[in-house]
Design a protein around this ligand. Structure first.
Ligand SMILES: *Cc1c(COP(=O)(O)O)cnc(C)c1O
Length: 375
């Protein structure tokens, strides 16, 4: 039973790998005239992660929660920060105080932001979101002109640009058709307002493949990247992005029971704690290992167990593993890979510790290890 340096469960963050991923994508998009807003929301606005994004060359930080932006400000970061979710009317004072820019779709909220900015003696930038088919946030293209006109007339608010978000709600894939529509809408708003817009935010990590492959990025000059940088994967199929590390985050949990037991449950079978239970084939006696990790800590079905190990199930506080021939002992630690849902849940769980580490010396080997499966 080894010494444990910090508590479990914990997320271990490799800052150097995040910096590498950010730098690689910033460099890949720069020749296409596209800057990167680094999105921190999956890390609860971690200042260490934000620092890695900035070191990697992102031009702004984005988060969907004003609380996270306040955390970043309190850590001493002074660069541009964008609230990438529409502000809650009840939070406009905090939004104006902490964020330089927010994404908006509602005239009532724009008016509240304008009043708050006036009271605080500040200017607040706004980006209007346009709906291009994914059916989450955004004004329909035909409604955008009137709202842009309204925003341009406000005293303390600056209309800075147009943005769109795809893939999150309905899985609509960014392609030449919807991105060309974004460019058309931008041109139309500029014509009507007789003023150029400086920011055209072409979407999240799901827009990366399009931006790298298209013959014409049109007016898109910024992408908001979270998952692609943090996990090195594109979100539409979750395949690894070439040249990026997919192992910047690891979830570490502790073994609290390791017993050899039959594979099949016995007794009268009803539902488990979280619904119907599937029972696999009878494989005789196997080593069943319980980790002190559950749905209060992470999204248990979005974890990658160590090679040779299978996740058999998860309840609020237990993750059950079949470790095959390996026979871990009580107190041992098991390292698990995380997907976006598992990362988000773990980083926002009060039960999970966070430990960030920077190993800049390893940077040289980066490209080699990126495509290897995580271990
Ligand atoms: C979360 C979010 C992003 C970042 O998404 P990723 O898929 O993590 O890159 C970008 N824009 C908006 C509006 C978001 O809510």
């Amino acid at each position: 039973m080894g010494r444990r340096p910090v508590s479990a469960p914990r997320v271990e963050i490799r800052i150097d790998r995040i910096r590498h991923n950010a730098r690689t994508l910033v460099d890949r998009l720069a020749p296409r005239g596209i800057s990167v807003t680094g999105v921190t929301k999956a890390t609860l606005g971690s200042p260490a992660v934000a620092g890695a994004l900035l070191d990697g060359g992102v031009s702004a930080l984005g988060d969907s929660r004003v609380e996270n932006i306040e955390t970043l400000r309190a850590s001493g970061l002074t660069g541009p920060m964008t609230l990438i979710r529409a502000p809650m009317p009840s939070q406009v004072e905090r939004v104006v105080a902490a964020a330089d820019l927010s994404f908006n779709t509602e005239v009532a909220t724009l008016d509240l932001l304008d009043a708050a900015a006036g009271r605080q003696g500040r200017r607040h930038g706004v980006v209007l979101m346009v709906e291009l088919g994914d059916l989450r946030e955004g004004l329909l293209p035909q409604d955008l002109g009137a709202v842009a006109h309204h925003a341009a007339g406000l005293a303390h608010v600056d209309l800075r640009g147009i943005g769109t978000n795809l893939a999150c709600q309905s899985g609509v894939t960014p392609d030449d058709a919807n991105m060309a529509e974004l460019t058309r809408v931008v041109a139309q708003v500029e014509r009507q307002g007789r003023r150029p817009l400086s920011l055209v935010s072409g979407g999240n990590s799901a827009s990366l493949a399009w931006a790298c492959a298209t013959a014409d990025v049109g007016r898109v000059d910024d992408l908001r990247l979270g998952e692609a940088i943090l996990l090195g994967r594109e979100p539409l199929g979750r395949s690894p992005i070439e040249g990026l590390c997919t192992d910047a985050f690891t979830l570490v949990a502790e073994v609290i029971e390791a017993q050899v037991k039959p594979t099949r449950a016995w007794g009268t079978i009803g539902e488990g704690a979280f619904g119907p239970v599937r029972s696999g084939p009878d494989r005789g006696d196997t080593c069943r290992v319980l980790l002190a990790l559950g749905r209060q800590d992470t999204a248990a079905d979005d974890l990658t167990p160590p090679p040779g190990t299978t996740i058999l199930g998860a309840s609020s506080d237990h993750l059950v593993l079949d470790t095959g021939h390996a026979r871990p002992q009580v107190g041992d630690e098991v390292r698990l890979g995380v997907g976006y849902a598992a990362l988000l849940a773990a980083m926002t769980s009060p039960f999970v510790a966070i430990r960030a580490r920077d190993e800049p010396a390893e940077r040289a080997n980066r490209a080699g290890r990126a495509s290897r499966p995580r271990s």
